[in-house]
Design a protein around this ligand. Structure first.
Ligand code: TYM
Length: 330
């Protein structure tokens, strides 16, 4: 079985954007590939985190993965926490030493996250290399993510190729990003020029998977659209409306064309109301599962199994790489 790997930062509560670009793809592929799904808690500390909140967010994130449909009973599903495996950071150091600094400071996400910020951490610059290590340690072939992480997966590809070439061998599998055709960038409901983000200052544009029904309805009904009143998918000229059609498609499984057809001739209000109903219905099921999962021992059992399995794989790979670069004794 080929390997698929992805992670979602526990830097806040997960959003429908994270569902669309990350979790949904894992659920679609979990029976086809050996799946490595982890919580990148070390990534979260590129910006300061409250320790108590971070512990909570880690567990909540795993609870949500399972509540959304990640099947921990599959033998080929491995759920784990990044910081419970020391090899991620160790491999990252080796790869950092092979990455020109300029390659990291030119990355889109770094530029965006460091804009107008003084004193950002070095981790914010080097974090894509840690992400490359997350991927390369396990020889993952497929890495499902939203469009915002594509450049980081490309860095992982480049680093794998660079290492294989320099040390003359097939040390690392070359990973491929897997970006969904629809829903790769769910936009902020208030400012559709931006992606929906769990760390947005204004939460009116973000729907969290743990939002209550009242908030979900309010946020959808208050979403920014345009004034021409025509239901049409046009991301450039109608980003707000196209975003609503995209979210509808992600949560209904219908194609955008079918949705445009369904709401043709109606007003934006009809589409918004139907989308709010749909989201409330789907998210209520997730929240119901979530309550049950959080009250059970499922999460710790899965994480213990995942830690054991993935540490063994990572150790073997790291030992090979460590020796290859010349560390330690012969
Ligand atoms: P993170 O935590 O920002 O996002 C988790 C996943 O959600 C996707 N995503 C979105 N997709 C569509 N629309 C949006 N508005 C949206 N917002 C987020 C992201 O693309 C991602 O798939 N660096 C990663 C975490 C990570 C990782 C990895 C991922 C660490 N190591 C190794 C894959 C492989 C991150 O910060 O994602």
């Amino acid at each position: 079985m080929d390997r698929l790997l992805t992670g979602l930062q526990p830097s806040g509560s997960l959003t429908i954007g994270n569902y669309s670009g990350g979790i949904r793809q894992v659920i679609d592929y979990q029976k086809t590939y050996e799946t490595f799904l982890f919580v990148p808690d070390m990534h979260a500390t590129t910006v300061p985190q409250d320790p108590e909140a971070l512990h909570k967010n880690i567990k909540n994130a795993v609870g949500l993965y399972i509540a959304c449909g990640v099947d921990v009973n599959l033998d080929n599903m491995h759920l784990y926490i990044q910081s419970e495996n020391l090899y991620h950071a160790n491999l990252s150091w080796i790869l950092e030493c092979m990455t020109p600094f300029g390659e990291l400071t030119r990355m889109h996400q770094f530029k965006e996250k460091s804009k107008n910020k003084e004193g950002f951490s070095s981790g914010l610059v080097t974090y894509p290399v840690l992400m490359a290590s997350d991927i390369l340690l396990y020889d993952a072939k497929y890495v499902p993510t939203g469009i915002d992480q594509k450049q980081h997966v490309e860095l992982a590809r480049n680093l794998a190729e660079r290492f294989n070439e320099r040390y003359k061998g097939d040390f690392f599998q070359i990973p491929e990003p897997v970006i969904p055709k629809i829903g790769a960038k769910i936009r902020d409901l208030k400012d559709p020029s931006k992606k929906m983000s769990k760390s947005a200052e204004n939460t009116k544009g973000t729907i969290f998977l743990l939002d209550c029904e009242k908030d979900i309805r309010k946020k959808i009904m208050g979403a920014t659209t345009d004034s021409d009143g025509i239901i049409k998918f046009d991301e450039e000229n109608k980003p707000g409306l196209s975003n609503l059609l995209t979210i509808y498609s992600v949560f209904s499984g219908m194609s955008v064309e079918e949705i445009v057809e369904k709401f043709q001739g109606g007003g934006y209000g009809d589409l918004k109301k139907a989308l709010a109903d749909l989201l409330c219905e789907k998210i209520a099921v997730i929240q119901d599962n979530y309550q049950k999962i959080m009250a059970s021992g499922v999460i710790d059992d899965a994480l213990d199994r995942g830690r054991e399995y993935t540490n063994a794989i990572a150790k073997e790979k790291y030992e090979l790489i460590r020796k290859t670069v010349g560390y330690g004794r012969i």
